[in-house]
Design a protein around this ligand. Structure first.
Ligand code: 0X9
Ligand code: ZN
Length: 430
């Protein structure tokens, strides 16, 4: 994410109705909302904020023709979703006035999501129904799960194989929620320690699901899968699926597109709060920015807890799960300078990309983080800089599409890709 735009992300849940809807559609919609609302109530979840009556906010992909144009677009954007290296594309959120402004300026754009709040609302309604049903283990990854459900699932995994897995609380969030991790290891002394974390950014829900799912595959697959058994006998894995629990709860309950933690009324981007090159390019000192770095390195308890874990453990490998864009990034994030392990890091990333492609044919492009855009104070840079840990960011599915709101049918295939990357990295380094 680039320094934006003061990154307000207007948030809240918006009304789905549009004047052009046919009457029948409207009635079905009202019925759906009522049922959904009932589901929310029955699930004991606070109702989302009153949907605002303003026009829709749309996500568009733009390829600015100059850096000047790019800056003007960013200044106008309500939110920045993603930046892409191919032709320097930007995915931004704009309101109707913003779209009209683009047209006036003659700036071409591709519409990704016509109404981002309607998409989020539809997802919320679907989830309200899903929450009423108790999933069987086979159904667990067919839908997104909230913080409490994910944390409870870690306990289930540990109870299934107490000889392989145990739950640890590595610290607490600003609002006092536990940062719960699953430590997984087979038999014998591990030759490699590996950290996999998800959910540093609240709205990137697929990353929390993939983290949990990788843990699930390893724990439940150990008994019957020779490859997984060998892997876990040699590698000790710590999986922290939700690194930003307060933000995640806020994203479920109030603002689907919330990114940061819940510091003050603005939040801090945890992936700008780590102590390597803290304060540099691609981070902001403006609390309203989506890439606000906080008052000091490790000012945020979530980042400090990860630091303490990393210092205590000495991981040889690390994957930081994010979304979206289908990218494999390696250090550095903050500078164009080649890291001294550039060749090794890109060989490892090439191996991961091949393993991912072998799953469902999806391509993940690889590059140093900075080639995407500069970002200072990231977890990946700090782990690599601090301990020379082979560290990567994986931007999971989708490539564009509906951005952070990925259809639930894609959780399992994306997990296949995440697991393939974890196994490829661990096997290369053990
Ligand atoms: O900006 C970030 O923190 C990460 N991307 S995201 O869209 N998930 O927010 C990427 C950080 C990796 N480093 C660089 N791109 N420089
Ligand atoms: Zn992210």
């Amino acid at each position: 994410m680039h320094e934006p735009e003061d990154g307000r992300g207007r948030g809240g849940w918006r009304w789905l109705w549009t004047p052009s809807s046919p009457a029948l559609g409207r009635w079905l919609l009202v019925l759906g909302l009522l049922l959904g609302g009932l589901g929310l109530w029955a699930a004991g979840r606070p109702a989302p904020e009153e949907p605002a009556a303003e026009g829709p906010r749309s996500a568009v992909r733009i390829r600015p023709s100059s850096s000047d144009e790019r800056e003007r677009i960013l200044a106008r954007a309500l939110d920045l979703w993603s930046e892409r290296p191919d032709l320097a594309a930007l995915d931004v959120v704009l309101d109707a006035e913003g779209l009209a402004w683009l047209r006036e300026q003659g700036v071409g754009f591709e519409l990704l999501v016509a109404d981002v709040d309607a998409v989020a609302w539809a997802e919320r309604m679907r989830l309200a129904q899903a929450e009423l049903a108790r999933p069987t283990p086979e159904q667990w990854f067919s839908e997104y799960r909230d913080l409490e459900t994910i944390h409870a699932y870690l306990d289930t995994l540990a109870a299934t194989r107490p000889d392989l897995a145990r739950v640890e609380t590595i610290g607490r969030s600003l609002e006092g929620r536990p940062l719960r991790a699953l430590r997984i290891h087979g038999h014998g002394t591990p030759r490699l320690r590996m950290l996999v974390d998800g959910g540093l950014h609240a709205r990137e829900w697929i990353s929390m699901m993939v983290g949990t799912c990788v843990a699930d595959r390893l724990v439940r697959g150990y008994a019957r899968d020779e490859r997984l058994r060998r892997f876990l006998d040699e590698v000790e894995l710590v999986v922290l699926p939700v690194s930003n629990p307060d933000g995640f709860v806020h994203s479920w309950e109030r603002d689907r597109y919330w990114r940061k933690n819940r510091r003050g009324d603005h939040g801090v981007d945890l992936n700008r709060n780590f102590g390597v090159a803290w304060g540099g390019d691609g981070s902001s000192d403006n609390p309203r920015s989506q890439v606000y770095r906080g008052e000091a390195p490790f000012s945020e308890p979530e980042a400090a807890a990860i630091r303490d874990l990393v210092v205590a453990e000495g991981f040889g490998a690390h994957i930081d799960l994010h979304s979206y864009g289908q990218l494999l990034l390696h250090p550095w994030s903050y500078t164009r300078k080649r890291s001294s392990d550039h060749a090794r890091l890109s060989t490892l990333a090439t191996g991961m990309a091949a393993a991912i492609k072998a799953q469902h044919g999806e391509r993940y492009r690889l590059m140093p983080g900075e080639s995407l855009y500069p970002a200072a104070g990231t977890l990946m840079d700090w782990i690599y800089g601090e301990q020379r840990t082979m560290s990567f960011v994986i931007e999971l599915r989708p490539r564009g599409g509906t951005g952070f709101v990925l259809p639930p049918e894609q959780i399992v295939p994306t997990c296949d890709e995440g697991l393939a990357a974890v196994l490829s990295l661990g096997e290369a380094l053990r």
